[in-house]
Design a protein around this ligand. Structure first.
Ligand code: SF4
Ligand code: F3S
Ligand code: FES
Length: 234
């Protein structure tokens, strides 16, 4: 079948602003949008720029706005997008570097700001692993699944309105350690997220949860973190 593919192109060295370009691509229904982008790049226009690495939903590098929704180009198939035109644009709310590539520096700065690593310094490390009961492990299982694709944060209207909001992805990664029974820095993370640009900027809009390619219950995780902040001051 022939697919009518529209891609929002922008080359900062040539273009004053982004513009749509149309491509006709031969594709099978089971091919992914990433396959279509490869066909355009290899067969029609080598200047098309996008990020991808694993091509199997693991690395998180090819999140983009596909038919108006944030998705991974390597996970969404042509037959899942209906019979009409397919549109592809960069993730909204983040500065565009070129074509479908956005600047992720601010996103990763926010991720780093919530201490997304285990802190357990009060006792010497055990000889083998730090043990944990299955129940304690299950407490934060959902938020271990994040691949840092930014589909959530860049779909959040609160983030669009206030780019200083730490955003759902950072909160998800804070949750992963706040509720880890082996970790000792939950208080510090809750303090960081109680800031004016922390969890209170969330208006439970749920776009983040709808956008997450890993199916993480992001809004629930945010509410669990905000409840923990409230309990801490009770
Ligand atoms: Fe991507 Fe989901 Fe992680 Fe957000 S929480 S960065 S949407 S994997
Ligand atoms: Fe934004 Fe998700 Fe909250 S879309 S407002 S972070 S529920
Ligand atoms: Fe790695 Fe899509 S290319 S998640």
């Amino acid at each position: 079948m022939q697919v009518d593919l529209r891609i929002l192109r922008y080359d900062p060295e040539r273009d004053a602003k982004p513009h749509w370009e149309a491509y006709t691509v031969e594709a099978r229904p089971i091919e992914r949008v990433l396959d279509l982008l490869h066909k355009v790049k290899y067969e029609q226009d080598g200047t098309l720029t996008f990020r991808r690495s694993c091509a199997h939903g693991v690395c998180g590098s090819d999140a983009m706005l596909i038919n108006g929704r944030n998705r991974l180009a390597c996970r969404i198939r042509v037959d899942q997008l209906g019979r009409g035109r397919i549109t592809v644009a960069p993730l909204p709310g983040l500065p565009v570097v070129k074509d479908l590539v956005v600047d992720m520096d601010g996103f990763f700065d926010k991720y780093k700001s919530v201490m997304p690593y285990l802190v357990a310094d009060s006792t010497p490390p055990p000889e083998r692993e730090r043990r944990q009961s299955p129940e304690d492990r299950a407490r934060y299982d959902d938020t271990t699944k994040c691949i840092l694709c930014a589909a959530c944060t860049s779909s959040c209207p609160s983030f669009w309105a206030q780019p200083s909001y730490v955003g759902p992805a950072a909160i998800v990664n804070a949750h992963r350690f706040i509720f880890d029974s082996r970790d000792e820095a939950a208080e510090e993370r809750l303090e960081i997220l109680a800031d004016k640009d922390g969890v209170w900027r969330c208006r439970t809009i749920f776009n983040c949860t709808d956008a997450c390619p890993r199916g993480i219950k992001i809004t629930q995780a945010i509410l669990e973190v905000s409840s923990a902040i409230v309990e801490r001051h009770a």
